[in-house]
Design a protein around this ligand. Structure first.
Ligand code: AMP
Length: 358
């Protein structure tokens, strides 16, 4: 099976690494030279909207997927016209790449989410602040990631200039959730409609960037897991989705509120490489190629620590029992995710001791 990937970042790299044992080969389309995926996949260096490159990709692969949600829907349409299946389908892209579409779909499907209002200009900004109240979070509808394209409005003075401060592009104002913790659930749906769920995990962010994931999250009740699975199932089935879908949730101590979805493999699922029976990457590939899904059951407990900015000495990491180092082949830069470490353990006590050492 030949798999095409739109995007050549670390997610593409880990997809290819998971696919080689299955006998799959990979071609990535990426605008940048020397991308993380290019050392483990053939690479087409071109823009996502380059018709000649898309035609060549269609020629060279059996199925296409993507590793980030800002792929132009037009690129997916070109591939489909050339009879190459693209999974997940473009409806998922359309929903996930626009925060207003995303929140509207949550509401339509009865999935609890944060209070929100569209903001298109100064007048709607004022109306939204009156409706939502302060504190609130103002976000651009599109192209936000890792805490970029958003700001917290705490008092009246913060509202002044906030809309233009974010570029005067279409935005969304959300109520500020005083959450107890952030959780996410990864789910996967195959071409035959089979669905699998990984356990809820807990995510800690700093400055909008994921620092640490604990899998499974501690103290999750069966009712919470069932609720999260129900929300993910509703999304998967509504979108006729094929592949891995991530759903990020706020746990406010009373209920689980949907924050956003990612129509792809996700940073909060990297622990599955060593910490689950089947990794999110292998399951995504199985789904998009029409193969049977693998078990999503965890193996013991795990924690995933992102390496941000620069990598510590590999030797000191590798000395920690249960630690698995992943470097993405990226040059160090402040705020950049350049790798991660997953620590596995038989129980939470041992995991904490190993994490402390790490
Ligand atoms: P996002 O890009 O929507 O995932 O936001 C990045 C991070 O900002 C989240 O993981 C939260 O830590 C925080 N955040 C986003 N939206 C809200 C909100 N409505 N209330 C409180 N914190 C938020």
């Amino acid at each position: 099976m030949r798999v095409g990937i739109l995007g050549g970042g670390q997610l593409g790299r880990m997809l290819a690494l998971a696919g080689h044992p299955l006998g799959y080969s990979f071609v990535v389309l990426t605008p940048g030279e020397g991308s993380p995926a290019s050392s483990v996949a053939e690479t087409l260096v071109a823009g996502y909207d380059d018709p000649a490159a898309l035609a060549e990709l269609a020629e060279r692969v059996d199925v296409v997927t993507y590793e980030f949600e800002n792929v132009p829907v037009a690129a997916v349409e070109i591939l489909r016209e050339k009879n190459v299946p693209v999974h997940p389908n473009p409806r998922a892209l359309d929903v996930a790449s626009d925060r207003l579409n995303e929140k509207s779909l949550f509401t339509e499907l009865g999935i609890p989410t944060v209070p929100y209002q569209a903001v298109d200009d100064a007048a709607s900004m004022e109306k939204a602040v009156r409706f939502i109240g302060l504190p609130a979070v103002l976000k651009t509808r599109r192209f936000g990631y890792d805490g970029k394209g958003q700001r917290v409005l705490r008092r009246g003075a913060d509202v002044e200039g906030a809309f233009t401060g974010l570029g005067a592009v279409p935005q969304i104002l959300e109520g500020f959730v005083d959450f107890r913790r952030e959780l996410s659930i990864l789910s996967v749906r195959g071409q035959d409609g089979e669905i699998g769920f990984y356990p809820l995990v807990e995510n800690r962010h700093e400055g909008g960037i994921l620092r640490l994931t604990r899998a499974p999250a501690a103290d999750v009740t069966p009712a919470q897991q069932a609720k999260a699975e129900g929300y993910a199932r509703a999304l998967l089935e509504h979108l006729d989705y094929v592949g891995v879908l991530a759903l990020e949730l706020f746990d406010d101590g009373v209920e689980l509120l949907a924050n956003e979805i990612a129509p792809r493999v996700h940073n909060s699922g990297h622990w599955t490489i060593e910490g689950a029976e089947t990794s999110q990457f292998a399951n995504h590939l199985r789904a998009i190629t029409g193969a049977a899904l693998g078990s999503c059951a965890p193996r013991g407990v795990s924690a995933m620590v992102n390496l941000i900015g620069e990598a510590p000495r590999a030797q000191s990491i590798l000395r920690v029992p249960g630690a698995h180092l992943h470097l993405y082949g990226k040059s160090p830069r402040p705020g950049r995710k350049i790798g991660h470490v997953t620590v596995t353990a038989p129980d939470p006590g041992v995991l904490d001791a190993r994490l402390e050492r790490l």
